[in-house]
Design a protein around this ligand. Sequence first.
Ligand code: TXA
Ligand code: MG
Length: 318
Amino acid sequence: MKKVDLSQAIELLNASQVVAMPTETVYGLAARINSEEALKLIFKTKERPLFDPLIVHVSSIEMAKGLTNNWNKICDVLSSTFWPGPLTLIVEKNEKINPLITAGLDHVGLRMPSHPIALELIKKLDIPLAAPSANKFKKTSPTTSLHVFDEFQESVAILEGGSSQVGIESTVAQVFHDKVVIYRPGKITANDIKNALNVNGLKETEVIYGESPVAPGQLEEHYRPRVPLILFDANSSEIFIKEKLASINIDVSETLNYKLDLSPEISSRLIYQKMRELSKESCKAIIFYLPQSISSDEKWFGIINRLTKASLYNFSSI
Ligand code: TXA
Ligand code: MG
């Protein structure tokens, strides 16, 4: 594995290379926002189409403000409440943002990660870093350095940062002058956002889940492990499971399974890791058993979103 330390990572980034960096959500494939060559290398390395925009990572709120001319009170409240942390704010971009980053859109996603190594890297470099998740397009996001290595082998230098604690990607929300629209659910929920706005004098601001104007984030097929993933409720009967598996020509003995933890924090930390671990072993399919509480609590929305896209068959109630 091509592991690098902080100063080597800075050297590579300055030389317009890409570097895999740890964040609290998932590992990112980072490039300086002011190197077009490095930005192009992100798309090439990931085999990602150019129409899918990248998130820009900053190390301070001031740095974020320097990338937009339209930082409003909502941005103030959300950034001071949730940053550093797993919330991406989509705001109007300014001229510092290369059109490659936003796929030609006039809005850019900004986030201050809380992982100390990512923060230190951006702070020392003193340039924001564009970074999508460090995986091939449509595949499972990496939550450890080993996962990044599995994706790219020696071709990508990796900054070690342990296991990502959140485990699924950030909540992505666009900030308008009177509302916030969440395009990708995550650890930070609509309720969390609503509460923060309420206590900071912005009670009138609407907070909703909505469809992204950008297609890729909404792709039905995403986060897919190498072996087909099948979803069942944990309380499904043996007969039901057997029958459903038979309908797709699979026997229980040919599967490996993971029963999600009752805590959404723990489950979110582990789902991608389990998808990768289990699909490395010899099996025809992976089964995830979902707890009963899953659909009633907003804290599970991010997990439900990832699992429905990652699974080939869904025999659960989500
Ligand atoms: O937690 C995360 O957000 C991770 C870590 C590395 O920070 N990054 C990540 O990036 O998940 P990526 O590129 O894998 O997913 C970003 C999503 C994409 O689905 C993209 O379509 C959406 O955010 N997005 C980015 N910029 C956008 C924009 N300007 N407008 C609408 N959607 C945007
Ligand atoms: Mg991704």
